[in-house]
Structure formats: C-alpha cells, structure tokens
Design a protein around this ligand. Structure first.
Ligand code: KIV
Length: 275
C-alpha cells in the first residue's frame, strides 16, 4: 500500500515508522520492495555518493537528479527529499520555489528541511503551497561550521529546552513529522511524548516514533560508522569478493564461456560468405 504523509500521521502512538536513504533507481527499488515506509533522498548523498567531506557542496541540481532516479524506482514508499544547503536559508520565496522544484522535477512527495523556530515562516509557506515538510532538529549537518563539528546536541538545560521549543514550533507551523539527529535519549523521549506528530530518530534512541539510517552505514559500505549505527549486513565484503573473482576469471579466460555467447542459425555458412 502506498505510504503518504497520512501514513505518518496515523502511525503516531500506533506503529513504528521505518525510513532509509536511497539515492538511485536500483537501491530505491530494493528499499521499496522491503516495505520500508519512506525513502529519504538525503543530502548525505554529497558524502556517500559524491565523495565530498560534508553536505555543504550539494546543489539543487544534485538533489533533483538523484530524487528523480529514486522516484522512478519506488512504488509505495513515501519519497522525501532534502532541501540542500542554501536552498532554504535565503528567504521564504526562494525556499518555496526550491521545494516546488524538488516536487515538480524530482518527484518528491515531501521535503525535509533543517532548522527550528527561526524557519517556521518557511515551513508555513511550503505547507500553504501543499508541500509537506519534515523538520530536522538536533545535529543539523548543514550547520557543521556553526556547531564546530558533528556533535550531540541538547546537552545543557538551555539547549534541551531550545530543542523542545523548536519541536513544538515546527509542529505548530505545520511540519508533518520531526527528525531528531544525535539527541540524548531522554530528551528525544520527552519530545516524542510532547508532540502530536511522529518523531524519526537517528542517534536519538528507541523512544522515537520511527528510525532512519543511511543505507551505506547499515550495510557496512561506509567504512567507520557512527555509534548509533547497527550494521545489518556486510555488503562491502561480498562486493569485494565478487569483484576479485570477476577480475581473476577475466584474466584467466574462464569468463565468458560458450554459455554467455549469442549463437545464430547457419553460423558456419555465414562465416564462409564473409571476406
Ligand atoms: O541527509 C541525510 O541522509 C539525513 C539523515 C542523516 C537523517 O539527513
């Protein structure tokens, strides 16, 4: 059954929501076929797909390109696309225009935006334009330079209160869900209990209404993963083994064999006629 933002709203307090990143057609098909509720086309693609050292260099064009590929591969998962750096930090009109491009050109069904109370005007304007918004609080990677690194957020009373206030504010502005990244477990629990919309955690513990991970992390393809990741498969080793076998068989001439060749009727006669 197709997942929509209504699925998210209905899940609150009833069932847990699963969410995973994907950035291309093939992976989107696999994630979709696994029955995962939501595919996040995250701006983490800047790091795991494009090899940048942060998400800051990701452009609107990058997001549209990858989101459109994901949209072609997913039938039932809700397609949620990140607003990349500077697509939502430069005024309300600009933000709505960019969110609209992710929907129209990328096939996104909802967008995710980093930021709290300061961005409620943007959230309201996108919701007014019928673009569902997930707000992203806690460790917001686009603010890495302002934070001075990738750090757990909400560690002091004031910071924890700001997180709770932000969560209430973005909900009131119309966000259909709130993503909490690298937030201490009891603060995430308090926010989850306070909100009427679902929370989605990453590094925010088991009390959130749902969970998201970056697929390269959970399948062991990203090298050293953060503390909050569980590796559900060791795909890198499988790939390396297959690649080494392929190379060896090509070098030794054991691949391709006759089984992999196209044959045609009357091959001998045809060859006789060639000069
Ligand atoms: O870009 C992304 O993949 C994200 C997740 C880490 C939540 O925002």
């Amino acid at each position: 059954m197709a997942n929509t933002v209504a699925t998210f709203r209905a899940a609150k307090g009833v069932s847990r929501l699963s969410m995973l990143t994907a950035y291309d057609y093939t992976m989107a098909r696999l994630v979709d076929e696994a029955g995962i509720n939501c595919i996040l086309v995250g701006d983490s693609l800047g790091m795991v797909m494009l090899g940048h050292d942060s998400t800051l260099k990701v452009t609107m064009e990058d997001m549209i390109h990858h989101c459109a590929a994901v949209a072609r591969g997913a039938k039932n998962a809700l397609i949620l696309c990140d607003m990349p750096f500077m697509s939502s930090q430069n005024g309300i009109e600009n933000t709505v225009r960019n969110a609209g491009r992710l929907v129209q050109k990328g096939g996104a069904q909802a967008v995710k935006m980093e930021g709290g109370q300061e961005f409620c005007g943007e959230i309201k304007a996108m919701v007014r334009a019928s673009i569902p918004v997930m707000a992203h609080l806690g460790l917001t990677p686009q603010s890495v330079n302002a934070f001075g690194g990738y750090k757990v957020q909400g560690k002091t009373r004031a910071a924890a209160q700001k997180l709770l206030d932000d969560a209430r504010a973005v909900q009131d502005a119309g966000a259909f869900a709130v993503l909490l990244e690298c937030v201490p477990v009891m603060i995430a629990k308090k926010i989850t209990e306070t909100l009427e919309v679902p929370t989605i955690g990453i590094g925010a513990g088991p009390h959130c209404d749902g969970q998201v991970l970056v697929w390269q992390d959970m399948l062991g393809l990203a090298g050293r993963a953060p503390k909050f990741v569980r590796q559900f498969g060791g795909v890198a080793d499988e790939i390396k083994k297959a690649l080494a076998t392929y190379r060896e068989e090509v070098e030794h001439g054991s691949f391709p064999t006759r089984d992999h060749c196209y044959k045609i009727e009357g091959e001998e006669e045809l060859l006789d006629k060639l000069y």
